[in-house]
Design a protein around this ligand. Structure first.
Ligand code: PEP
Ligand code: MG
Length: 621
């Protein structure tokens, strides 16, 4: 009998009560340049505005002594490592226990699993038995070796690898601290403060639950890094990617963190603080208003329904999705299950996780995407070949079809989850009809195998595909004959159509969803879907931009999937516009000659109506 997973509970939605406005800071001491007001730009990681006192956390590395040991000490040192692993697991579980219900981020479980990784333990044992290193030194040098496997390449495409590297660094640091007895990285706060760090891992951020953290500022990170994702989940403002912040802010400094503009102000003046407090109050009122409206129907001003679903990576996010009014999960990125571990997830393990998510959002549907690994999505469980252009290499469905046993395990787990709700299966990065046909054959076999074991599953399971390779978009009419549904993945479609690496910070401004070439590809796909009467949705980041969403409605897409936090805002936007005007604007946009021209056109039509939803939404209109 399959084990019954614990249900995911839906906590009441929350918007933080505004903190009491911060009083005006003491005047800067005259003549000391380090007390001068400074505005430093970063990346907006999590919305909101906070004013408070900085707590600079420093480099966060545990210190240890390099000591050679005698042969007789080896067993004792190995036993110390085992005790350290237990201690580190305990401290991670304590962090997880601070969350209510089943809200602890799944990454904490992943960290606990990483502590048992045989790759790590083999290396540590070798360091102790062969190199005769003391436990701390053995752990530190084994970790350094593993970290070298996670070194990003020379270009910028490896942001995903960098994130994984931070996770490994964090786990190693926890283990070292457990051995050296140093206290945990992030201190308990005795009063409300703003945390400044080089980086904050998900567990560091999570340990701030119930701590009076006003905001986070980090030197590394992007909008999609863990600090930002966790800060958004905790509703704490964050600015990430602030160059040299550890040297430019000192503990005790008064700072303003503006998570809407992506900037911090060090030693603000009286007027800055007054403005920040006002912006914070307006933002909180705005966010509360949007969230309160989450039960309102998702329809345009002319009454056309638009389906809004959530993209999730971690199972716990399913609850967050419902909180924000999602009508199901439009994209479940299952690759998360394969990262940060050295063994493949088993069928039962995957089944339990999918089932949990499916039951949590039932009766709404869940679209499970088969693993999209390769390219910028790295998983140490797969032995990927060295490639000059991994984004154009063995990735997603190509990798899945090259490892049929691993793929079949995932398909069977998905098929079994279909017994518990409305499950659809989606294939990433399909470029040729042969790939879709091959997956369909494997899915049919997976269904037969599940049934042959006497296990329940849905009588039919829809098999759809991501349209994220330009070839698939252009051939959409052909694919539409065999795919049960389409989901446009504009993150990759933009990358492949415009030949711009999606991880490149330098070229990011050119990778515009407003480029007319992208709009034309979207239109081709939407039309092919309509003429073959199959559903089409869009799950790229484009869906969470109010102006782009208006264009998408005009291009015929009525089903959008995005990060949960964006749903209330997009719902508010679509409730203010009509399909007729969206179609007129989209027709004009398609004929524009550049992304700039499209953006100006859309802004001219909708920006005034969306003034409160667009960036800087809490500025006075
Ligand atoms: C996309 O490419 O638009 C998409 C949604 O998939 P991912 O971002 O996971 O590649
Ligand atoms: Mg993609």
């Amino acid at each position: 009998m399959p084990k019954t997973p614990p249900p995911i509970k839906t906590p009441p939605p929350s918007i933080k009560t505004p903190a009491a406005p911060m009083s005006v800071p003491p005047p800067p001491s005259s003549g000391d340049a380090s007390f001068e007001r400074r505005v430093v730009k970063g990346i907006a990681g999590s919305p909101g505005v906070a004013v408070g006192t900085a707590l600079v956390i420093g480099e966060m590395r545990a210190t240890y002594t390099r000591r050679h040991i005698h042969t007789v000490e080896m067993d004792r040192e190995l036993a110390r490592v085992r005790a350290g692993v237990d201690g580190a697991k305990k401290s991670l579980r304590e962090v997880a226990a601070r969350f209510s219900n089943d809200q602890a981020p799944a990454i904490l479980d992943a960290y606990v699993l990483m502590l048992d990784d045989p790759l790590l333990h083999d290396r540590i044992t070798k360091k102790i038995r062969i190199e005769k290193k003391g436990a701390e030194w053995a752990v530190a040098s084994a970790c350094e070796e593993i970290l070298r496997l996670f070194t990003p390449g020379k270009n910028e495409r490896d942001s995903y690898i960098s994130e994984r590297r931070h996770d490994v660094e964090f786990v190693c640091d926890r283990l070292l601290r457990a051995l050296t007895g140093e206290s945990t990285v992030v201190p308990r706060l005795d009063r409300p403060m703003i945390l400044i760090a080089r980086d904050l891992s998900p567990a560091d951020t999570a340990s701030m639950v119930r701590e009076p953290a006003l905001a986070f500022v980090t030197e590394v990170g992007t909008r999609t890094s863990h600090t930002s994702i966790m800060a958004r989940a905790l509703e704490i403002p964050a600015v990430v990617g602030v160059a040299d912040v550890l040297n430019s802010v000192r503990t005790g400094d008064t700072i303003i963190v503006d998570g809407l503009r992506g900037e911090i102000t060090v030693h603000p003046e009286e007027t800055d603080v007054a403005n920040a407090n006002a912006r914070s109050a307006r933002y909180l009122a705005f966010a509360r208003g949007l969230l309160e409206a989450r039960e309102e129907p998702s329809i345009t001003a002319c009454g056309s329904p638009v389906t809004l679903r959530a993209n999730v990576e971690l199972p716990a996010e399913a609850v967050l999705a419902l909180d924000h009014g999602a009508q199901g999960i439009g994209l479940y990125r299952t690759e998360f299950l394969y990262i940060d571990r050295s063994t493949m997830p088993t069928e039962d393990e995957q089944y339990e996780i999918y089932r949990n998510v499916v039951e949590a959002v039932s009766p709404h549907p869940v679209t499970l995407r088969t693993f999209d690994i390769g390219g910028d999505k790295f998983a140490s469980t797969f032995q990927l070949p060295e490639e000059m252009n991994p984004a154009l290499g063995l990735r997603a469905v190509r990798l899945a079809l090259s490892q049929p046993e691993v793929f079949m395990t995932q398909l069977r787990a998905m098929v079994r989850a279909s017994a518990h709700g409305d499950v659809k299966i989606m294939v990433p990065m399909v470029a040729s009809i042969h790939e879709l046909r091959a997956v369909r054959r494997l899915l049919t076999r997976a269904i037969e195998e599940v049934r042959a074991r006497g296990l329940p599953c849905a009588s039919s399971i829809l098999l759809g595909m991501m349209v994220e390779v330009p070839a698939a978009a252009v051939m959409a009419d052909v694919f539409a004959r065999e795919a049960d549904f389409f989901s446009l993945g504009t993150n990759d479609l933009i990358q492949y159509a415009l030949a711009i690496d999606r991880g490149s910070r330098t070229l990011a401004p050119l990778a515009s969803p407003f480029d007319p070439s992208i709009l034309r590809l979207v239109q081709i796909v939407a039309r092919a879907a309509a003429s073959h009467a199959i559903p089409v949705s869009l799950c790229g980041a484009m869906a969470s931009d109010p102006l782009a969403a208006a264009l998408l409605l005009g291009l015929g897409v009525r089903d959008l999937s995005m990060e949960a936090a964006a749903i209330p805002e997009i719902k508010a936007a679509i409730r203010r516009i009509s399909i007729e005007e969206c179609t007129a604007v989209a027709d004009e946009a398609i004929a524009c000659d550049s992304a700039d021209a499209v953006e100006q056109l859309v802004a001219k039509h909708f920006a005034t109506r969306f003034y409160d939803l667009l960036a800087g939404s809490v500025d006075e209109a």
